[in-house]
Design a protein around this ligand. Structure first.
Ligand SMILES: Cc1cc2nc3c(=O)[nH]c(=O)nc-3n(C[C@H](O)[C@H](O)[C@H](O)COP(=O)(O)OP(=O)(O)OC[C@H]3O[C@@H](n4cnc5c(N)ncnc54)[C@H](O)[C@@H]3O)c2cc1C
Length: 602
């Protein structure tokens, strides 16, 4: 994650001088240099631009040479890879009090590359991120002197740090955390599908109980949605885009959905998820979830402030032009944008009302088949969203920035429209497979329900109730009638995850599955195979029991009687015994000798 997001590698690639590229990139690529990027300070977490680290341009001696350079002082914390880093990407505020660079005194946030071994740097201490074993720690620098060309981009890069960081984050945040979230979701789907089949209570595989089924459905549906959004957003990055709003959406909502999915998976695994050791497949990932929630823009902030706040300016067809016109004092441009905006609101009001009346059914969909109803509903909601958003902006104005509960709900609408659209695209691009129809419907219905509830939330909590009622009549003329996916639809997904079915394999094809002899997921997969293979034999015995051809008795004796009565063959008996044996093996958890346990760290 460090090299992909803010790590100096990405910054050097885009903004570095030729010398910096030639020196650092090959060394970073082969691991000869280990990078870290230091932005966060104790006073500057989410408000990263408020850091107190400074650099002052001055003359000094560096490795025996008199040069113009920067004297740096900083106190950074939470820096991934810091304890082992050889090069520090440092963000600080640059001042040039003596005008040595010939420009302003306060140049603003700047990023530089600082070799680890310079005098004045204190580095090597480690934070302990909830026992998750990776290197992270604080870094302090006192009067550290570096030449001016250590600034990323050289002298021209002075004061450009914030822009560099925001642009890199816009791309990087679309890659690592969303992929990690999908990986966790796929693991959860793989494990719970197998465990729900293998683990029996009340003489039934636990996945058959409706309570468990409900969670399995959400795990399957979310995994599908999350992967769709990951693929679409990474495709945008691959195409050279820096999609700031979309990357914020996938960062926040995929890590959030990962948390939901992993919590469901932990609940299904229950005790087996709690006791640590090589047999515990999910515990480690579960413990590390808050990391993804916090880094690269903590989720509460990203949802409630960033997504809609940035989206409304970047994605709106007129607001950006209006703001530019005001800044440039260009009345003609402003008039054009403003009247265009008014027309847009009016058009959306009419559209939202008619689409609301018909549930979007008259919209001509560019695709056919099972996707049509969802294309229509998302289109309907996009008109409703645009209308409500414009009216709320007009009424609340700058106050909207502080009304985070409103902008957070708008973020939900925008995010679920994106997640839903990504799901449609995935289904379409993969050839509208029959096998995925259930996932498509569950995912889209869920997204539509989330959008509706978020819009209702905005209207319910809008300060001006007259306007709110008017908007309600326009966007929900027949009431908020959508409902979440039905229990029956969820049951189909749950069944798709159980019994080694194809849906589970399709949903989780991208994760590493260890060899069958390896403890944890490997043995669970092996158990699933054996139990599924023994199913027909089990069925023969159950049938004989129901028909009274066999009497209920102890398992061993029952199997013996079944062979004697010719209900199953000796070979089938071995098949069922092998399944029983491995079932017993994989439901065990690890236990440790006290001495060994005390020797364990963390
Ligand atoms: C494991 C890990 C690795 C990290 N690696 C690095 C690294 O390599 N380099 C680096 O520079 N930093 C790193 N960080 C720091 C990370 O970027 C910060 O933790 C993050 O920016 C949040 O800052 P904070 O923890 O101080 O939380 P705070 O800023 O104190 O926020 C606390 C809570 O308030 C919320 N909040 C704050 N402001 C608002 C607002 N305006 N509206 C709504 N909610 C708000 C936040 O969402 C959060 O939930 C790492 C952190 C962790 C945990």
């Amino acid at each position: 994650m460090v090299p992909n997001s803010l790590g100096p590698g990405e910054l050097i690639l885009h903004y570095g001088t030729d010398d910096q590229k030639q020196y650092y990139l090959p060394r970073l690529a082969i691991g000869e240099e280990i990078p870290c990027f230091a932005l966060t300070e104790s006073e500057a977490g989410s408000d990263a631009a408020s850091g107190k680290s400074t650099g002052v341009v001055c003359r000094g001696t560096f490795r025996g040479e008199e040069v113009i350079g920067i004297r740096l002082n900083w106190r950074k914390r939470y820096i991934s890879l810091a304890p082992v880093a050889t090069v520090i990407g440092l963000a600080f505020r640059l001042f040039d009090p003596d005008g040595l660079l010939g420009g302003e005194t306060d140049l603003g946030i700047t990023c530089a590359l600082i070799p680890r071994d310079l005098p004045g740097i204190q580095i090597g201490e480690r934070h302990d991120p909830m026992g998750v074993p990776f290197q992270i720690g604080p870094i302090f620098g006192e009067d550290v002197f570096v030449p001016i060309d250590f600034i990323i981009g050289g002298r021209d890069g002075a004061g450009q740090g914030w822009r560099m960081l925001m642009e890199s984050l816009a791309a990087g945040r679309a890659i690592s955390l969303p992929s990690l979230s999908v990986g966790a979701a796929e693991l959860a789907a793989r494990v719970t599908g197998a465990y729900g089949t293998v683990r029996k209570q009340f003489n039934l595989s636990i996945g058959r109980f409706e309570g468990v089924e409900e969670r399995l459905a959400r795990i399957g549906g979310y995994t599908y949605i999350m992967n769709a959004a990951r693929e679409l957003t990474c495709a945008a990055v691959d195409a050279g885009e820096k999609p700031a709003v979309l990357s914020a959406i996938v960062k926040a909502y995929l890590t959030e959905n990962m948390r939901t999915v992993m919590t469901d998976a932990m609940d299904i695994r229950a005790g087996a998820a709690i006791f640590r050791g090589p047999r515990n497949i999910l515990g480690r990932s579960f413990v590390s979830i808050p990391i993804g929630i916090t880094v690269e823009g903590a989720n509460i902030l990203t949802r409630s402030l960033i997504i809609y706040g940035q989206g409304v300016i970047r994605c709106h067809p007129f607001v950006h032009a209006e703001m530019e016109a005001v800044a440039e004092k260009n009345i003609a441009l402003f008039d054009r944008a403003f009247f265009g905006h008014i027309g847009f609101v009016f058009q959306n009001a009419v559209r939202a009302f008619f689409l609301g009346l018909t549930g979007g059914r008259l919209i001509r969909s560019p695709v056919r088949g099972p996707m049509v109803q969802h294309v229509q509903r998302f289109t309907r909601f996009s008109a409703a969203f645009a209308l409500v958003s414009d009216v709320v902006m007009a009424i609340l104005g700058g106050e909207l920035k502080r009304r985070e509960k409103i902008s957070g709900r708008f973020a939900d609408v925008l995010a679920w429209m994106y997640l839903g659209s990504a799901t449609l695209k995935k289904f379409h691009d993969e050839g509208q497979l029959d096998r995925d129809q259930t996932l498509l419907h569950w995912s889209c219905l869920h997204a539509e329900w989330m959008i509706q509830e978020a819009l209702v939330g905005v209207l319910d909590n809008f300060p001006n109730q007259i306007v709110s009622q008017l908007l309600r009549m326009l966007i929900f003329p027949l009431g908020a009638r959508l409902r979440p996916p039905t229990d029956a639809l969820g049951a189909q997904i749950a069944r798709g995850l159980l019994d080694g079915n194809e849906m589970r394999l399709g949903l989780t094809s991208e994760i590493y599955v260890p060899p069958l002899e390896e403890k944890g997921l490997g043995r669970l997969e092996a158990a699933l195979q054996k139990i599924v293979a023994a199913r027909p034999v089990e069925e023969k015995i159950n049938e004989a029991l129901r028909a009274g051809k066999l009497a209920r008795t102890q398992r061993d004796q029952l199997l013996g009687n079944a062979v004697s009565a010719g209900i199953i063959s000796p070979q089938e008996r071995r098949c069922i015994e092998a399944a029983d044996e491995i079932r017993d093996e994989v439901i065990q958890v690890d236990a440790f000798e006290s001495e060994f346990y005390h020797a364990l760290k963390g």
